[in-house]
Design a binder for this molecule. Structure first.
Ligand code: URA
Length: 434
């Protein structure tokens, strides 16, 4: 087999076999197929598409590139949750302890911030002492003992995705449904959970602008899940504005703590209850998602999610005192209010721009090895539908470095679209696919 023949075959719109896709993926991971040939193949796949069989084969070839985690020695059904990425999306920090408090085991492997979207690992690491670089043995031990663990991906989980994603990022080939589906599902299946709940984001803050494409992606991922005997539920949710109010690492941890104490923003709580209800039902811990939700609401009121978060932080070497005193989290030197110069109602908040502005303050990273500032970020004071008067704060910037401040102010201000009439708000949950 030669890579060039397979590139030409795809370029001509022909279908590739498992052996051919596996040859490309394993050859690329082993360094025998160079970046330029893989890039060319990815572009051919992007333009010509991959049919369902090819997507399944690609997913399998990616899984085969690394370890398949065996979580069987953790008793009970393990559920995983994944979001396609957004701005202000701290659901994992609320959901994992809450679902574990209901008795369902969660082994959650998360990623870091890249581009305008945040990453759960960076958020967790703003908790003093918190370790995310756990070995597989440590993850299993913590999950068996307390029911949940929040860690980084182990080194050899789908190495093909790490390499291929890095190329897709710089070759204009991210936005392809079969490539996205195989990237996400290979990692989820190799991660070893029995049930998977995926939150597919639609809107400016995610990377899929339209619900039809999100639904098609959801259907594809649900089909791949059942192909590999992992029951997969897809929740399609709106990312037309940041989720909750806080954007930035320590700021989001603080908001997640408030939510676990019962004082969180409505949209964040609602999404957590919907996703959590699905996780409980998928694991058989509730007869239906609705009953799962009721159970989670009860646990939240009892403080059981907060207590479980304390156990997780202690088990992973962090300071649980941040739960009692969030002032122990890193704080920025300056807090700068941005005031409205127009009255009316907030019609839209450009979540992507808020994400970029937060990154420019230091909360995110442009390159994989950039450091993040745990304290930097933005807290919204107004959300879509809120009335606003001239001189009222729209948002507060949490600032340590001022080098991009003028641009950040401009971007945040422009992100708020203010109109005269009270707008009709889009639903938070757009669809659920089983
Ligand atoms: N997230 C992933 O893990 N992979 C993609 O391709 C897109 C989003």
């Amino acid at each position: 087999m030669r890579a060039v023949d397979l590139i030409i075959k795809k370029r001509e719109g022909e279908r590739l076999t498992f052996q051919e896709l596996d040859y490309l993926v394993s050859g690329f991971v082993e360094g025998e197929i160079p970046d330029y040939q893989m890039s060319s193949f990815l572009m051919a796949a992007f333009l010509r598409g991959l049919n369902y069989e090819e997507t399944k084969y690609l997913t399998l070839a990616m899984i085969k590139s690394g370890d398949l985690l065996d979580l069987k020695d953790i008793p009970g059904i393990k559920v995983d949750k994944h979001s396609t990425g957004g701005v202000g999306d701290k659901t994992t920090l609320v959901l994992v302890p809450l679902v574990a408090a209901a008795g369902v085991k969660v082994v959650k492997m998360s990623g870091r911030a890249l581009g305008h979207t945040g990453g759960t690992l960076d958020k967790l690491e703003s908790i003093p002492g918190f370790r995310t670089d756990l070995s597989l043995a440590e993850m299993k031990e913590i999950a068996s003992k307390i029911g949940a663990v929040l860690a980084g991906q182990t080194a050899n989980l789908v190495p093909a995705d790490k390499k291929i994603y890095a190329l897709r990022d710089v070759t204009g080939t991210v936005d392809s449904l079969p490539l996205i589906a195989s990237s996400i599902m290979s990692k989820k299946i190799a991660g070893g959970a029995d049930r998977i709940v995926l939150d597919v984001k639609v809107g400016s803050g995610g990377f899929l602008p339209f619900v039809d494409r999100a639904r098609a992606l959801g259907e594809l991922m649900a089909a791949l899940g059942s192909e590999f005997h992992r029951k997969t539920v897809i929740v399609i949710s709106s990312m037309e504005q940041p989720l909750g109010l806080a954007v930035g690492n320590a700021l989001e941890v603080e908001e997640a703590i408030s939510t676990l104490k019962g004082n969180g923003p409505g949209d964040l709580l609602e999404l957590c209850l919907v996703l959590g209800g699905e996780m409980l039902a998928a694991a058989g811990a509730a007869p239906s998602p609705e009953e799962g939700r009721i159970l989670l609401e009860k646990l939240l009121k009892q403080g059981a999610g907060l207590a479980k978060m304390r156990e997780i932080i202690e088990a992973q070497g962090g300071s649980p005192e941040v739960l009692d005193n969030p002032d122990l989290l890193p704080r920025a030197a300056e807090q700068i209010e941005l005031l409205a110069d127009k009255e009316g109602f907030v019609h839209w908040i450009n979540a992507r721009e808020i994400g970029w502005a937060s990154l420019l303050l230091g909360a995110g990273r442009l390159r994989k090895d950039d450091n993040v500032d745990p304290a930097a970020g933005i807290v919204l004071r107004k959300k879509m539908g809120d009335a606003v008067a001239v001189g009222e704060p729209l948002a507060v910037l949490h600032v340590n470095r001022r080098d991009n401040l003028a641009e950040v102010k401009e971007r945040v201000k422009k992100s708020f679209v203010i109109g005269q009439d009270s707008p009709q708000l889009p639903p938070l949950i757009l669809d659920i696919i089983y």
